[in-house]
Design a protein around this ligand. Structure first.
Ligand code: URA
Length: 427
């Protein structure tokens, strides 16, 4: 059967700054998913979009076409409301782990379909796999049962959800077209809308360790995603949060689980608790639970009870001791002063080089590799004081990791300005 359009005409239209029609967009995404449009042609089109941008109608059409490329999920048969959060990714961002159980402890269902880490940012599934027995693959019927019974699930997004995005994202990754607002917004939102949640809060990270380094760009991305969600009938809000400094004091899969458990025990670092609680309040409000004292739910063990149920429901042992790496290396202060720089990207790349992350999606990760931060940004330190502990299973990695870490760790004479964590909100 003859095809409806010629992909070369579509690429030329966008290359020359024109607008693509709804039909053209629907066809090109479908034809690429079917293999009729080649990788080189989609790569050229992505680059044309990167340079020429898309208007709001085109972004809506592009998102819908990616949703239509696969199956959608539906949680309408549950007896409770559903809510979810998505982070655009950062260093030490383990918020999903305490957040799901915290919100579900209020009787709300939190179906979180997550991915694996790529590059210097970690993935939620890799982190949870540090818990002995825990499994990311949850069949749909079991997911519904867990959501109904205990309320929170973190599972691998099935291959059937927005398959066009999977193909396009892999291509963008190797053609320098990832950091493009219409392409990021449609990629994230196609998966979240297909997932079928009724409400969603987006944590859009801003800073060196994030996709978006500048506030204005991050705000534009957040607005685009919120609009896409609302247009599709998903009650959507966004927070813009700082990612110039790692979140919390631990980076790396198993280490981040340890820190999440500290939060669920009512402790943990202040920045991590602040973001977790703020996101939880928004999710609960959208699910109809107002004035929840989420700090108290962390302190009185309710959230911890939900965590234990969540881990057990997916085969994990919440009482198992988490493994620690066999090799460590400590970094000490070489002078007195204040920690004046603790750069998220430098530490993220350092942790990745220690083995916590992967370069290609088929690579394995070390569950115990990563970095512990003993002195946070702005803390007064004295010469010889321990600043960091690096963990790995392969000690030949220390040198390359330190090359990155040393570019982002500084001690100065002046205490740096107080760091603001939550920079803006779209509610
Ligand atoms: N995460 C996604 O799922 N897609 C993007 O384009 C960027 C981050």
């Amino acid at each position: 059967m003859a095809e409806k359009f010629d992909v070369v005409d579509i690429i030329r239209t966008k290359r020359d700054g024109g607008e693509l029609s709804t039909d053209e967009i629907r066809w090109v995404i479908d034809a690429y998913t079917r293999g009729v449009v080649g990788d080189e042609q989609m790569a050229a089109l992505n680059m044309a979009i990167f340079i020429r941008d898309m208007d709001r109608r085109e972004i809506v059409d592009w998102t819908q076409a990616m949703i239509d490329s696969g199956e959608t999920m539906n949680f309408d048969s549950l007896s409770k409301p559903t809510t979810d959060k998505h982070s655009t990714g950062g260093v030490g961002d383990k918020v999903t782990l305490p957040l799901g159980p915290l919100v579900s402890s209020y009787g709300v269902a939190v179906p979180q379909l997550s991915g694996r880490g790529l590059g210097h940012t970690g993935g939620t599934l890799d982190k949870l796999e540090a818990i002995p027995g825990w499994k990311a693959d949850v069949p749909n019927d079991l997911m519904m049962k867990i959501l109904e019974d205990s309320g929170a699930v973190v599972a691998a997004a099935g291959a059937g959800l927005a398959p066009a995005d999977k193909k396009i994202y892999a291509l963008r990754d190797i053609t320098a077209t990832v950091d493009c607002i219409p392409l990021i917004a449609s990629s994230i939102m196609s998966k979240k809308i297909a997932e079928g949640t009724s409400s969603l809060v987006l944590d859009v990270k801003v800073g060196t360790g994030a996709f978006m380094k500048e506030f204005d760009k991050a705000r534009q991305l957040a607005e685009t995603m919120v609009q896409l969600g609302r247009d599709a009938g998903v009650d959507t809000r966004a927070l813009l949060t700082d990612m110039n400094v790692p979140l919390g004091r631990k980076i790396g899969n198993g280490l981040e689980v340890e820190e999440s458990i500290e939060v669920l025990q009512g402790g943990g670092p202040a920045d991590l608790v602040e973001i977790t609680c703020e996101l939880a309040r928004h999710m609960l409000e959208m699910a109809g639970v107002h004035d929840a004292d989420v700090e108290e739910a962390l302190k009185d063990g309710r959230a911890m009870d939900s965590w234990r149920k969540m881990i057990k429901a997916q085969g994990g042992d919440p009482d198992a001791k988490l493994a620690r790496a066999p090799h460590t290396h400590e970094v000490f202060a070489d002078r007195d002063g204040f920690v004046s720089e603790l750069d998220a990207l430098a530490l993220g790349v350092g942790s990745w080089r220690l083995g916590a992350g992967r370069a290609r999606k088929e690579d394995p990760v070390q569950l115990t590799a990563g970095i512990e931060i003993h002195a946070g940004l702005g803390e007064k330190v004295t010469k010889g004081q321990k600043l960091l502990t690096l963990h790995t299973e392969t000690p030949d990695r220390f040198e390359r990791a330190l090359e990155s870490i040393n570019t982002g760790l500084k001690i100065g004479d002046e205490k740096p300005a107080e760091r603001k964590i939550i920079l803006d909100k779209i509610v």
